[in-house]
Ligand binder design. Structure first.
Ligand code: PLP
Length: 347
């Protein structure tokens, strides 16, 4: 049995018994032909939940973002996104190769949260009529921002700024259900103001694979063409979609546990290394620790923590830890004990 505490991402969780059973008995067809009943059920369910006209099930969040950007943005035109957004940074090379897209980065005043005012300024037409913006994207919750939550009013304000320039608004909602849990709103409240959105079943919701893109009928029709074009026609995908359907029921209702565990983790690390974590900024399931004041790098800490049985990642020179369905409150105490041992080793 694996005794490590794996905090590298919320993607590392294993499927539940209920998911495995549903996968074993799933009715399947060939999704290329659109006749996998379980995939179709998942897509209908997501359209229903988000209030969008249609949805499409794709293998990854990255593919959702790439398909959406390809559909909305002409090669050589711009996408406005926050300066550290996944779609514009981690995926910058994918967007370059697949779609010839350029990004206009806007640094948010705090924690990755763009404001409507910033978007309005970024959308002002180019005086020389050379640069054209085809899309604005927002990320919610914002990963590098520390799992920060943009509330529904904030999304509506940004949508109004986009509507004023007739530019569509896309939401990378990889972890939108974490935002819903914090704000106490249904996902349709977040989906309503945006032109299209995606969310991942494979992150906080606990499914092994899969993300869903939702929007207007013609957009989803084009997304299906692009899914095939990009090699994502995954045949009897109903086996995975069956787990996704369970994730939609079981996932959202327990996210508050991940958030409480993240706060406990943050508080423990802040106690050990004062100033490394601002506990008040931990709203969801992501904790960043700035260990630079210890005189040792994030890489050194990550190696020693791994030796002590706790796996973390490094992002932008900081330690990143995510809570998820595979981590209970007791695991947080085990992880914190490892942090204390690591501090002694590092000296
Ligand atoms: C905010 C955000 N968007 C998109 C993605 C991409 O999702 P995937 O790993 O399923 O491709 C990630 C992955 O971590 C993410 O954090």
């Amino acid at each position: 049995m694996d005794t490590r505490i794996d905090l590298r991402s919320d993607t590392v969780s294993k499927p539940s018994e209920r998911m495995r059973n549903a996968m074993a008995t799933a009715e399947v067809g060939d999704d290329w032909y659109g006749d996998d009943p379980t995939v179709n059920e998942l897509q209908d369910r997501v359209a229903d939940l988000t209030g969008k006209a249609a949805a499409i099930y794709l293998p990854t969040g990255t593919m959702c973002n790439q398909v959406a950007m390809h559909a909305f943005v002409r090669a050589g035109h711009f996408v406005i996104c926050e300066a550290t957004a996944h779609a514009g940074r981690t995926e910058v090379n994918s967007a370059a190769v697949l779609s010839g897209i350029a990004f206009r980065y806007v640094a948010a005043p705090s924690r990755g949260l763009l404001t409507a005012g910033q978007v309005a300024v970024a959308l002002e037409p180019d005086h020389y009529d050379v640069s054209v913006v085809d899309l604005v994207t927002i990320e919610n919750t914002h990963q590098v921002g520390g799992g920060s939550v943009l509330n529904v009013a904030g999304v509506r304000d940004i949508a109004a700024a986009c509507a004023a320039r007739n530019v569509p608004l896309y939401m990378d909602g990889a972890r939108i259900f974490n935002a819903c849990a914090v704000e106490g709103v249904p996902v349709s409240d977040y989906a309503g103001p945006v032109t299209a959105l995606m969310f991942c079943l494979s992150k906080g919701l606990g499914a092994p694979i899969g993300s869903v893109l939702a929007g207007e009928v013609e957009f989803i029709r084009e997304a299906r063409r692009l899914k095939v074009l990009f090699g994502g026609a995954w045949r009897q995908a109903g086996i995975m979609a069956a787990a996704g359907l369970i994730a939609l029921v079981d996932g959202p209702q327990r996210l508050h546990e991940d958030h409480a565990n993240a706060r406990a983790l943050a508080a423990g690390v802040a106690d050990l290394l004062p100033g490394s974590v601002d506990v008040n900024e931990v709203e969801t399931n992501i904790v960043f620790a700035d260990v630079s004041t210890t005189g040792h790098s994030a890489q050194e800490w990550a190696s020693v923590l791994a030796a002590e049985g706790v796996l973390v990642t490094m992002v932008g020179g900081r330690i990143r830890m995510l809570t998820h369905v595979g981590i209970g409150a007791a695991d947080i105490q085990v992880a914190l004990a490892a942090w204390h041992r690591a501090a002694k080793v590092i000296g």
